[in-house]
Design a protein around this ligand. Sequence first.
Ligand code: CP
Ligand code: NVA
Length: 303
Amino acid sequence: MKKDILTLSDLEPSDFKLLLDRAAELKSRHRKGILDRTLIGKSVGLIFDKPSTRTRISFEAAAIQLGAVPIFISSGDTQMARNEPIEDTARVLSRYLDGVAFRTFSQDLIEQFAASSDIPVINALTDKYHPCQVLSDLLTVIENKGSLKGLKVAWIGDGNNMAHSWINAAAALGFTLTLACPKAYAPDKKILAQALEKNSSISVTTDPLEATRYADVINTDVWASMGQEDEQAKRQKAFKAYQVNSLLLDVADKDAIVMHCLPAHRGEEITADVLDGPRSVVWDQAENKMHMHKAILDILLSA
Ligand code: CP
Ligand code: NVA
């Protein structure tokens, strides 16, 4: 049966392990100049309804390195923009391609697309989740901390798509996750409740200091996500106290790392000295997207 990655709650702990181990292996082999052409003759569609630098280009590079051909599909240039049913698009693309990564607004849309697709469908970000980002972020955490065991992860800012995927990861993998979000921007209650059934060490507070105290990993993201540009001014006010800066980091573990999926807004959700400082792992984090995307394509498309 084809396997999709639409949300991290689709994955078992053993799936996480498989993906993380394979990504680390592919990264190490890439560093040594070893070519892994496991997907020769395959084609991967990359459908994007929103802008992207990292996800699009790292998926393209990943596919090419594995010997597959990536085909970038700007949905606005397809019949999707003229209301061709998403199910019909999925059926047709399944006849041409071996897998699809899809970035769009609605999680329901990608689920509808996947339901009519005969090939693996990978969520490259929706308004609700960003599963591939958090998979590659877990690789970065493991590289820096050795494992996820006993870790305290802090999320500072919006209870958004990234926050939801971190919640799903914590549910499956059991690490402590504390999210500090303004009351009006807390994570989705249903996602949180489902996660709490599996891991009671997930909590939400409105206090960034409480979330960051003794944290090993501090994560943040933009205050206004793609599609929320007209809320920028309102959000800037609401999130003012949720900046990752050196004062906040004072209460974290002394070896804490700082993560940001990027793009970052220096002076808003994170200060320049922290983003560009010694505790920041954001450039390795960005690189690891490519290694994780290779693992995802390798595992899903060669099955
Ligand atoms: N982190 C991330 O998904 O970046 P892009 O929007 O550039 O793909
Ligand atoms: N939450 C951000 C993540 C960008 C990679 C957004 O959805 O725009």
